[in-house]
Design a protein around this ligand. Sequence first.
Ligand code: PMP
Length: 437
Amino acid sequence: MGQGQALRTRQQNAVAAGVATKAIFAERAANAELWDVEGRRFIDFAAGIAVNNTGHRHPHVMRAVAEQALQFTHTCFHVAPYESYIRLAERLNAIVDTGEENRTMLVTTGAEAVENAIKIARAYTKRSAVIAFTGAFHGRTMMGMALTGKVAPYKKGFGPFPAEIFHVPFPAAFSGVDVAASLRALDHLLASDVDPDRVAAFIVEPIQGEGGFNAAPSALLQGLRERADRYGIVLIADEIQAGMARTGMMLAIEHSGVKPDLVTLAKGLAGGFPLSALVGKATIMNAALPGGLGGTYAGNPISVAAANAVLDVIETERLCARATWIGERVGALLNDLAARQGLERLGDVRVNGAMIGFELVEATPSRDAAPQLTSQIVAEAERRGLIVLSCGVRYNVIRLLPPLTIEESVLDEALQILEASIEAAFATVPAAHPAKA
Ligand code: PMP
């Protein structure tokens, strides 16, 4: 039995089944490459799910972490605060453009940032309801699950959830919902189900992550901003997956020109160390009473040191421009493949900088989701040494999240593997309804 297989067996006997994993047991990693316990080398297009935007073990980040570890590793910010937290807050306040003066608070996970966004929006508005979108993912805590717009596996069996959460259809390829329909549904909801005077917040991912890498069209975000202003509702942009230079801008919402009131950040913020942030208008952020926010580990000094170093790297290595460049390279290949005869089931290519998704569907006219073809591409890529993830409400989107620091030669190699994997999967999984000649 190989080491991987032995670990798989021990995992099954020791770890809860709900913690789903791939069977790649990591041994070490450097920038965009990862080696497993059996010595297999992978190019990592998962980047710890959009976390290692600055690659695995970036030297500048590692140095900052090592230096902090020699000073102190935990005091609890509430007990003995430290300058690095304040510096990070100052930097994030300058990065997030709400059109007003900002304040920041740090917590540990993405879901926790979402929880705090809702807490603060409620405290500020003195209202309770929250409106989210179908296909959204906002985390695995009770409020995170309530806001998430996909039942299995995230919500199934875990209810009841917090009350007064509503979902509006998100516009996406093949969903039959466009921006006008989405905003109509929102207006209908506000007229028929929940009085706007009771709505504390809209929460939206400017690019849905787990939901399938669907970008919210600018018109949708403008429509939300307009209604938020009209009714005094707080507009929260969940940038946990799309933020931190991933899409070619620091925040994905910047592409639309719409200014949010509050922004949640995590993942790419601290280069692999657990840290999340809530950044937003001071008038809103200061609504919570002293002592109402924070936590024992919130703003851990090691994670904060990593985050300050990540911000340095994003700036000095111009990672926003790099994300755009990566998107162009990968997008060119995918669009070329989608145009090829025989590959028509490669239905939609979505390039948002280095947050790249492509959707696998059945042949025209059905365009039904093709989840089996999708998982075959993931398996073929893995066999050839490329880690990719799937996502999407219909389990039929492949998402590509290369580290933004990936070497050009490694990117080229990954694209060759991706092309071969797509071709092999198409040859293995026949179309469910072959196109009529
Ligand atoms: N919001 C979004 C948009 C996410 O992508 C995620 C994680 N996939 C979360 C919230 C939850 O983050 P975490 O897993 O760190 O709690």
